[in-house]
Design a protein around this ligand. Structure first.
Ligand SMILES: [Zn+2]
Length: 89
């Protein structure tokens, strides 16, 4: 785990995950990571759609689900943003 609590690294050699099925450094199979990342991406798309629809409750739920699947720095910011909007409005 790095400082972002991110799982977007090769579990074998800790090389940065670049969205490929195979680690570019050690050749480990990253299919699982890939699936999680795609799922998280889909959640974030839904989170953004909810944001634009001013449904902050829903947006926060999607953002949280995305972080659970595959934590990223941008995802963390999205989660903070939706948490704030949800609390404020
Ligand atoms: Zn690797």
């Amino acid at each position: 785990m790095d400082k972002n609590g991110s799982s977007s690294r090769c579990p074998v050699c800790r090389a940065k995950f670049r969205g490929t099925r195979q680690c570019s450094r050690c050749g480990a199979d990253l299919t699982e990571l890939m699936i999680l990342s795609v799922r998280a991406q889909r959640c974030r798309v839904n989170a953004r759609k909810s944001l634009f629809a001013l449904n902050f409750e829903k947006a926060h739920e999607f953002a949280a689900a995305a972080q659970k699947e595959h934590a990223t720095e941008t995802g963390r910011k999205l989660l903070l943003l939706t948490a704030w909007l949800k609390a404020e409005l």
